[in-house]
Design a binder for this molecule. Sequence first.
Ligand code: ADP
Ligand code: MG
Length: 734
Amino acid sequence: MMTSTDPHSEAVAASTRWQNQSAAAQAGTQRIDEIFGSDVFDLRKMRERLPKGTYKSVVAAVSKGERLSQLDADVIATAMKDWAIERGATHFTHWFQPMTGLTAEKHDGLTIPDGEGGVVFSLSGSDLVQGEPDASSFPSGGLRATFEARGYTAWDPTSPAFIVRGANYATLCIPTAFVSWTGEALDKKIPLLRSIDALNTQAMRILKIFGTDAGVSSVGSTLGAEQEYFLIDRALYFARQDLATCDRTLFGSRPPKHQQLEDHYFGAIPARVLGFMAEAEDELYRLGVPVRTRHNEVAPGQFEIAPLFESTNIACDHQMVTMETLKRVAGRYGFACVLHEKPFAGVNGSGKHNNWSLSTNTGVNLLDPQDEAHTNLQFMVFLCAVIRAVDLHADILRASVATANNDHRLGANEAPPAIISIFLGDMLTDLVEQLESGTPKRTLKGGKLDLGARTLPTLSRHSGDRNRTSPFAFTGNKFEFRAVGSSASVAWPNTVINTIVAESLDYLATEIEARIKSESPSQAQLEKAVTAVLQQVVKEHKRVIFNGDGYSDEWHQEAERRGLPNLRSTPDAIPAFQTAKARNLFKKYKVLSKAELDSRADIFAETYTTRLVIEAQTMIQMSRQQILPAATEHQRRLAQAVSATESAGVDASDGREELEALTDLIARFRAQVAALSDAVAGVPHGDPMKGARYARDAIFPAMQDLRELGDAIEDVVAADLWPMPTYRELLSIR
Ligand code: ADP
Ligand code: MG
């Protein structure tokens, strides 16, 4: 099967365009607007278009979190509308992130009929600031009953509005938060913003202790999320019920060649793919997303895109925009972009490495150890806060990435294990060990790497190697949380990281302040107090540090000895949100009330069960409508061949054996379809956690058994009878 579209010439055109643009960019710094055109209503545009006073208010809102007045909103709305219309926009929408994990939009025209045969363009301050979508059909986890419909969207002035465009449409998207009429957060943005506030408050206390808060007005987290994805030929994608419905294959026999030769990873990017990448990057640039890196990933058909890091709120919005853009542009090149964590059994799945750090508003990275890290006590405080946070709340961190999709990765030897640990590397491990027994005296250095060939440069070497298996790895001047799923919104894991680190910064600040006592301590007093507090933290929490092979059996046993949680599946992980520890944490830092947190646990559990049920039902349908008819047709052919052979007076015993084996396989397959169907019918209703555990224990294993039989049938049925594209076609056609 091949697509009817031939996008190669388009692809070449697109990649040439990209090269020209790169050349222009290298000639000197240029405005993105000049190179790509800009579809973002950012601060620079506001400065050009707003009266001075209004612009000042916007800056105060963005940098200090101050509220904008109704009057300011009216002025901004008018300027935004004029800009959007100049850029061809016809509609606007509040763009928000409900608990589906996707984004939501409801478009309204920027034009209003004037009643005299004409139209006026309009976007009022209240259109900008507040929207009122019906909230009843979004997941609320019991926060709202179906008849309680009222919900509001509220403009987030810190995230710039942008225009999404296609061949015949251009829509102004205004980033918003989504809240119920009763004031409870129904989305992923509100808790994230609250967690950023909490982090800011506590991190500023640490800076104040060290006297480094001068000139700093805020501290926030930074985020760079590397996105992995698969590209599958679009015609093949829609020819498979499982892909079209679930974004992953539920059957499929692995072909002889897949990723064993490691010939795809970092390989030359195929022309059609590069064409797609260039156009997606082009759009992302116009939307203000600073994408930078692209390459082939491990599995055939798998790729990655990574941006430069930004402040977390913007980075999370941009991550959603990135996923949507990849999907939108893929179609133009005859591809389907698959973001699912595990589209194919037997080859690598996709994740989203969540690079996280702390930065002052003046751009100082607080997790940068500097050259002489042992003298940098402030860095050690931030480092130890992260270590303490991850150890204390490993269960919550694990639960923040728990989905049915991601269960296929965590625990399989391709992604980090479900046990949360921290990789520090040689330099920091040495530093932490020194700290445990006194004031650190040295910083390990990496030295130089001589390649032995005169013409090659001498490389400077890092002080330690990388570790691919760690879920939470220090990578030079940031932490990389690698357990996030490729299709997930990054807002929730980052809400959790921000909150647990805020709590540890609070703890450390309080302990240090209590030991210093005086208002202006001497350097020695400060050093003594900080060292004493950090020593205690290292003693209590060093068990979470692990630099070895996270895939090994020894680590699983060792982790158990250390008392680290190993929450293997989503139903194991979700209860971490229902503990007193979690409730107090989120309540204390005003990130989520008990009701808001409970609702999320319920939604996660319900979504898990629903996903499994949809997958099981899809399997049953494919079995009955596609696999069984093909298998019985093959059976009929075999039977005819046997009887024709025998009536010709020739021995057909081996054909008969083959027929008997197939008949037996079909009988077992039929029985397993019935078993899965019974399992689906037995899902308990009422308690979401009970449903999720049932789905894991009764439905999931029945699906695996059915798949095994289905794949065995695929291996023997004639190719001309097989009713869907095979793994070979799905993975190799690009
Ligand atoms: P890798 O070798 O792991 O792919 P890269 O250097 O490509 O690492 O960076 C991966 C991501 O980390 C990029 O998105 C980058 O912008 C991001 N990153 C770098 N520094 C920081 C930081 N201080 N905070 C957050 N993310 C960062
Ligand atoms: Mg990486």
